[in-house]
Design a protein around this ligand. Sequence first.
Ligand SMILES: Cc1ncc(COP(=O)(O)O)c(C=O)c1O
Length: 498
Amino acid sequence: MSEIVTLSGHRGLALEEPLLFEVGEPGRTGVDLPEPPPFDRDRLGGCARRAPVGLPCLSEPQAVRHYTRLSQKNYGIDSGFYPLGSCTMKHNPRLSEKMARLPGFADIHPLQPPQTAQGALAAIEALADWLKGLTGMPAVAMSPAAGAHGEWCGLMAIRACLEDRGQARRRVLVPDSAHGTNPASAAMCGYGVESIPANADGRVDLDRLKAALGSDVACLMLTNPNTCGLFERDIVEIARLVHEAGAFFYCDGANFNAIVGRVRIADLGIDAMHINLHKTFSTPHGGGGPGAGPTVLSAELAPYAPLPFVVRDETGLRLVEHAAEAARLGAKPFGRIKGFHGQFGVFVRALAYIMSMGSDGLHQASADAVLNANYLLARLSADLSASFPGPCMHECLFDDRFLKDTGVTTLDFAKALIDEGFHPMTMYFPLVVHGALLMEPTETESRETLDQFIAVIQGLAAKARAGQAEDFRQAPRFTPRRRLDETLAARNPVLRWR
Ligand SMILES: Cc1ncc(COP(=O)(O)O)c(C=O)c1O
């Protein structure tokens, strides 16, 4: 098919959106303000502006349309099915959003005296209690601002504890299938990273793990369920081996959604684990920053949790902000990792979600997430190539064997999906299989949506087998921009309008 060329660059009603600077006209305005009275420039001590600031001048409808169109360019979980594996795009319930906007929560300031923020501190404490209850762990550090930040927090607590024991352990073991943030967090903590290969089953190779463990291993960082969508069934034995070597067992709990309400991770022998609130408790996706990654800790690691933390005494709830005060309470915080005490708006949303679901609802949600992933796996296994036999947990993994000799790559396949109105699945991750396609439907997708998605995937697989590789290479056709050079965009971002 030849490319459709239009003069405007518009596709249907998906309009090209120039920058405000490009559409602005000097002198145009959206408001009528009276001319300011003349004033004495000398009063400004030579700091008066010598030239216009150069802000774009627009009418009100121009400005409104600009921002409305920009908001529509962002394909999000509210626009349609978003089957990214590992990144977990979960529905954000409107009830949780409403709770976070209550003026008593939304209008407080982190520097307010604690006596005037007792409700907020009680909300943090209530969420912490839920997280401890759901994991069976005795303590939780609430301040990490993302999953990766939570990993780093857990590792810093481990490092502080090992230093206290007088042990200078230098290595962290990370399985091959781990999220890239795991080795990065370990390296940022000053550890050397050693990877442990997966076995043919997609799980940790126990023999390789045993061979790698030793007296200089600080911890194992294991994701469970792992990023192949599989439960590490040897996890109790893994914990035993790790502890026998005198090391700690860190669990990347980003995939907690698959087991929440069903598995108490303390029973698995885990010493520390972060929970991505956006991946399990339906808060907006805050990958890498504006989210929350509370880290649950064992009794041995609990004293090393970072400042500040909430305590309750005869005066009510308050924050322990300083090491000296923490020491009086028997704690040895490794430091402070965030300006204040966590992403409060995200905490409110997570707490609202948990309370609206209750234990029974969470138990049901994890079952439905696993059911939906297994539905995709079962219905697509004849058309795509499943990397591991089912059943899977919350996400299902395919590789590119089904595209062999078609001339179509995983990337082409994912781009073709965009033209069919679906956001692509995660591609090329995890690295343990070739050309990975990782799909995570989550529990809130309806059977109808899944069936539509399945029909589209089956149609594309048939098209690839029919030798229509060129069509795939042209995709996406219906987006305002076609294939971007993602490497160039990341290496040379153009951040300034001239
Ligand atoms: C398995 C796993 N670990 C760690 C992370 C990092 O979390 P964040 O993006 O919140 O830093 C993710 C992100 O989705 C993940 O899927």
